[in-house]
Design a protein around this ligand. Structure first.
Ligand SMILES: [Zn+2]
Length: 334
């Protein structure tokens, strides 16, 4: 029972029908409807994810808004247009996986494709921290399947590595082929195949000129006790979203997105987490990485360049390892 991913084109507004019962959730949703129209004039929503669960506990969801995050990471890596869009999808996809991980766990998303990116690597944590980069490919060199009909990621693989917080525990790795080349759709296959959870995923990044103007998405998952009618209702609501990116450009609040998806189904907010870029590179890690190249290489650098430069792929920070530090590394590697 895999959920279809919404079609994307045009339209918005939180169209929420009159609640059938005046339960707490229904009243809450009615309040949200009012907010939707007001929000067009309010301050931009800061980057965050909001997690919720239906009052029966049968459907859970997370919606996120990550415009500033995606904009700043894309600009850090000098990526624009379609390359900024695919990077944004990967960052948000990893955050969605991380949002359902336990404290201390880490998610590594690794997408290898034939499309606009040969590889995207993203690390995300359940506290909303993320870092990532991608190796872009030009339009001329990109390949979109035999029929030329896959999405921007082309054909390839999608791997998710989940590392437990406790030392000594085995990481969990799930790999699925990129079937459609649309990351949102291929993530639904990942959740179904690797974790046996029927899911609906939406990811959207909108760019104008060289700038990311909207980035957000949602993940909705059916728990084993979810009834077919509940699933169908949510599915219908998701299908009514004609253009997620246009919707987000007009109203980025993840709460409004959840209200639009759940509509008459009452839900409770269980968590709201700010999103942030965070890289854990350091001088010490750069030195350790350099030391892995071996004593002969270190001696060679010391003899010729007298210093080494190492650049962090995730945050682009440059580390310089001086002759003195090279000598110390050599001494400790002996
Ligand atoms: Zn870094």
């Amino acid at each position: 029972m895999a959920w279809e991913v919404f079609p994307v084109t045009e339209r918005v507004q939180c169209k929420i029908e009159e609640p059938r019962e005046k339960s707490w959730g229904s009243l809450f949703l009615r309040a949200v409807t009012g907010l939707c129209y007001q929000s067009l004039m309010t301050q931009p929503v800061s980057d965050k994810w909001i997690k919720c669960i239906s009052d029966q506990g049968s459907i859970r969801g997370v919606a996120l808004q990550a415009t500033q995050l995606v904009r700043s990471v894309a600009s850090m890596h000098h990526l624009t247009g379609i390359h900024a869009e695919v990077l944004g999808e990967a960052l948000m996809g990893a955050l969605m996986v991380a949002s359902y991980c336990k404290t201390g766990e880490q998610v590594n998303l690794n997408v290898r494709g034939s499309g606009y990116s040969s590889q995207a690597l993203v690390d995300a944590h359940p506290d909303g921290a993320v870092r990532g980069y991608l190796l872009p490919r030009s339009r001329e060199e990109a390949f979109f399947g035999e029929g030329g009909d896959t999405g921007p990621w082309g054909v390839g693989t999608l791997s998710v590595l989940r590392t437990k917080g406790k030392p000594g525990t085995q990481p969990y790795i799930g790999t699925v082929p990129l079937v459609t080349g649309f990351l949102a759709k291929d993530l639904t296959f990942y959740w179904l195949q690797s974790e046996q959870v029927p899911s609906a995923v939406g990811l959207a990044v909108k760019t104008e000129g060289d700038e990311v103007v909207a980035a957000g998405g949602f993940l909705i998952q059916a728990m084993p006790q979810a009834s077919l009618s509940e699933i169908k209702a949510i599915e219908q609501n998701i299908k009514s979203i004609e253009s997620l990116s246009e919707d987000l450009a007009r109203d980025a609040d993840p709460l409004h997105l959840l209200a639009q998806i759940f509509q008459n189904a009452t839900f409770m907010i269980v968590q709201e987490t700010p999103l942030k870029f965070k890289c854990h590179c350091s001088q010490e890690r750069a030195e350790r990485a350099l030391a892995l190249s071996g004593a002969a290489e270190l001696r060679d650098i010391l003899k010729n360049e007298r210093k080494a430069s190492i650049r962090c792929d995730f945050c682009t920070k440059e580390y310089t390892i001086s002759a003195k530090d090279l000598e110390r590394l050599l001494a400790s590697s002996a």
